[in-house]
Ligand binder design. Structure first.
Ligand SMILES: [Zn+2]
Ligand SMILES: [Zn+2]
Length: 751
């Protein structure tokens, strides 16, 4: 029998995820001696013992690592055997990168789920059960280092039994900072009163059709029975939310399959530790109230991701609306007093608990259509996981955009995106933004010297950046930021062909951009092509009333008089007054900037095809247009378009759409052909640019790239054209992802 000893240096996400206890258990099981300790780069293991067993250790180290660990590399080297007889965990002084130590919040694990369902277990029915593999993390951290006194679990003194588990390296709860049990941990409160079986009572009133505010992991939700049309209507009316679809929480996978088309990718995400809301094609006859997602053919569902939610859904209706508990345009509520004040009038009951939420964090949202995965909102479960970037300069803060704001902290080796902050339209959200920035700076011990911001002078994020002292400001063009954000996430240095299609972004020439095809690298870009400009009549007003946008396209395609006449015929909701005002604005250019936005083009065509005359949330007309395509084949003949001189001229597209409408062609068919047309002219332009010498990498980004039908066709057609398309994997293509690109552009300027 030959003894051997070696050292293994493990890099990756191996701290704060139960890695050392796992190593301890594995080594002990195999009868090996040695040690394991954290270092600044990861974990260092020394093992000594029989060669065969040491080899088995190394093999199982990678195959059996804890669920949250991500091993990037293992480097081994042989050492002289030392005659060791024990294996131990060394508590090290070395401090790792702070992000390595503050993991995202993690959905309830299978072991904890079993315990709360087991009448013989001491955590039976306990809604705050967690372990090293699951539970609250980022949302309870007040400061560093990440250990219990620095979390909102500090006021709860561990009982003897929990303390034993916490100290025992062989236990699943070894160093699980939020460890708790019914004897020592947080408790539930119903309408301010201690509520023993609060879950049972809340389940009952939900069955009766009541609305309940429920304090969860990253904030409050508003919940009601998703099958009750009355309850859903009541919630919608009281919340003042327009028609924006509600997310639901379903009891289990069986229920998920009842409401949606669950692909393998969707199932993997639903059951992942991140546990996002997954938007999938909805099923007809699911029993869900119509008002959950009006005029949509998708449904956004998630599984219970905390023990509280699991216990509740076991007894409540099998599908609950679970929408962020906030007033319209305000951040998610996370403080008990404010929640009572603001959600009290909306909810019939408030179920809360006494574990404070240090950092509010909305649910993350991912769209899945077949095997296509499109991140829509990145928050709980993902933040503060960082994106690796090759950078060594001074720290950068990128403040993001105006809508769906996130910010990004960039420093040596990594970019850390914030959770979804919201639309920076109100003082409340701006205040939340400022607090979140400060929290990140403290948590990650980073003082930014460079601040990247959008070119738009009116964005509150831009104004906030300009009010800072002692930093260097770097303005970054909106669509360049979008393109570089994808490049950073997928690891491209560029140059690339960047297709940035979104609502509105401030162009370098002061006009409104949004249908842009750029040649870009991480430092600079050239605007190679853009959608032909039309007037954006009355700015914001045209976004709220998409019919006005449609009129602007009609005037461009047919001329003034004929354009107005056709608009009146096709869109009965457009009033005389509106048509007159828009015509005057377009003619004289008053308060009507030139605009090349692809998002507005979708809005305009949607309005022509009978989508909502009044958009109650961003992107609503375009989403309805995608939904109209229904089951119409994706492969169909595109409309005629013209491309030349850096401009995509779609006037002929508008004329043919109108012709088809006047021939009373099926609107689904027109919508489908329109999608195919946008894919076709995009690929046409990319092919031309490639033939002229542009590289073959094509980056797809901007809010329009949340359109699954369009993205799928672009991926297929670009590949057929011999090009290499790239999309985001975890970062949203909408404005929620642009802070990453801003930061990386600013950092590239430092090289
Ligand atoms: Zn667990
Ligand atoms: Zn306890």
């Amino acid at each position: 029998m030959s003894a051997t000893r070696y050292e293994a240096r493990v890099k990756g996400t191996v701290q704060g995820v139960g890695f050392r206890p796992f190593v301890f258990r594995l080594a002990t099981e195999l009868g090996l001696a040695g040690s394991v300790r954290n270092t600044a780069e990861g974990v260092v293991i020394e093992v000594e013992g029989e060669r065969a067993r040491a080899d088995e250790f190394l093999r199982r180290l990678e195959t059996e690592a804890p669920p949250l660990a991500r091993i990037a590399s293992v480097e081994t080297r042989a050492l002289e055997p030392d005659g060791l007889s024990e294996f131990c965990i060394i508590e090290s002084e070395a401090r790792a990168q702070p992000t390595a130590l503050i993991p995202p919040d993690v959905a309830l694990c299978a072991d904890c789920a079993r315990e709360i369902a087991d009448p013989g277990d001491r955590r039976f029915g306990y809604p705050f059960t967690n372990c090293t593999n699951c539970g609250p993390r980022f949302s309870i951290v007040r400061g560093i280092p990440y250990d219990r006194p620095q979390t909102t679990m500090a006021p709860f003194e561990m009982c003897a039994e929990c303390a034993r588990e916490y100290r025992d390296p062989a236990d699943r709860r070894f160093h699980a900072e939020p460890v708790a049990c019914p004897a020592c941990g947080p408790e539930l409160f119903l309408d301010g009163e201690r509520a023993g079986d609060g879950v049972g009572r809340v389940a009952r009133v939900l069955r009766e059709g009541k609305v309940v505010a429920i304090k969860g992991l990253g904030g409050y939700h508003l919940a009601c029975d998703a099958r009750s049309a009355e309850a859903v209507e009541a919630l919608r009316a009281r919340k003042g939310r327009g028609l924006k679809p509600f997310a639901i929480m379903v009891r289990d996978m069986e229920e998920a399959r009842r409401v949606g088309e669950v692909s393998a990718e969707a199932e993997a995400l639903l059951t992942s530790p991140e546990s996002p809301v997954v938007i999938m094609p909805s099923k007809v006859g699911s029993g869900l109230a119509e008002g959950i997602a009006t005029r949509q053919n998708t449904v956004g569902a998630m599984l219970p991701y905390t023990p509280l939610h699991r216990l509740l859904l076991d007894r409540s209706p099998p599908a609950l609306v679970m929408t962020s508990g906030n007033l319209a345009e305000e951040p998610i509520e996370h403080r008990d007093e404010e929640a009572k004040q603001k959600l009290g009038p909306i909810a019939d009951y408030i179920l809360s608990h006494n574990r404070e939420i240090a950092v509010p964090c909305d649910d993350s949202v991912v769209r899945v259509d077949g095997n296509l995965v499109i991140p829509m909102r990145r928050a709980r479960g993902y933040v503060p996981r960082s994106v690796p970037v090759d950078y060594e300069g001074p720290p950068v803060l990128a403040v993001g955009g105006q809508t769906k704001n996130t910010f990004c902290l960039l420093r040596e080796g990594e970019a850390i995106l914030s959770q979804h902050i919201g639309d920076l339209d109100t003082a409340e959200v701006l205040h939340y933004f400022g607090r979140a920035v400060r929290h990140f700076e403290e948590l990650f011990e980073t003082k930014p010297e460079i601040v990247a911001h959008d070119l738009h002078p009116g964005y509150l994020s831009t104004q906030w950046a300009k009010s800072l002292e002692g930093v260097r400001l770097v303005p970054v063009q909106h669509h360049h930021a979008h393109v570089v954000s994808v490049m950073a996430e997928v690891g491209l240095e560029g140059p690339v062909i960047g297709v940035a299609y979104d609502g509105t972004g401030y162009g370098a020439d002061g006009t409104v951009w949004g249908g842009e095809i750029l040649i870009a690298d991480r430092r600079e870009y050239r605007r190679a092509f853009h959608l032909r400009e039309v007037r954006l009549p009355g700015g914001e007003g045209a976004i709220r009333r998409p019919g006005r946008m449609a009129l602007s396209y009609l005037i461009d395609a047919f001329g003034m008089e004929e354009g107005i006449a056709r608009a009146r015929r096709l869109m009965p909701d457009l009033t005389d007054e509106e048509a007159r005002v828009v015509a005057r604005q377009v003619e004289r250019g008053i308060n009507s900037p030139a605009c090349s936005s692809m998002g507005r083009f979708f809005d305009g065509v949607a309005a022509l095809l009978g989508a909502t005359p009044e958009a109650t949330y961003e992107g609503q007309p375009a989403m309805e247009l995608e939904a109209m395509c229904g089951a119409h084949a994706e492969t169909c003949a595109p409309y005629r378009f013209a491309v030349g001189q850096g401009v995509i001229d779609a006037r002929e597209v508008v004329r043919t759409v109108v012709q088809d409408l006047e021939r009373a062609l099926d609107q689904g068919e027109i919508a489908a052909r329109f999608h195919e047309t946008v894919a076709a002219f995009t690929v046409d332009v990319c092919r031309r640019l490639h033939e002229e010498g542009a590289p073959g990498d094509v980056v797809l980004c901007g809010g329009v790239m949340q359109n699954a039908r369009l993205v799928r066709r672009l991926l297929v057609l670009l590949e057929q054209a011999g090009l290499r398309p790239h999309i985001h994997r975890e970062v949203p293509p909408n404005d929620g992802g642009m802070s990453l690109g801003q930061g990386v552009v600013a950092a590239a300027g430092e090289r």
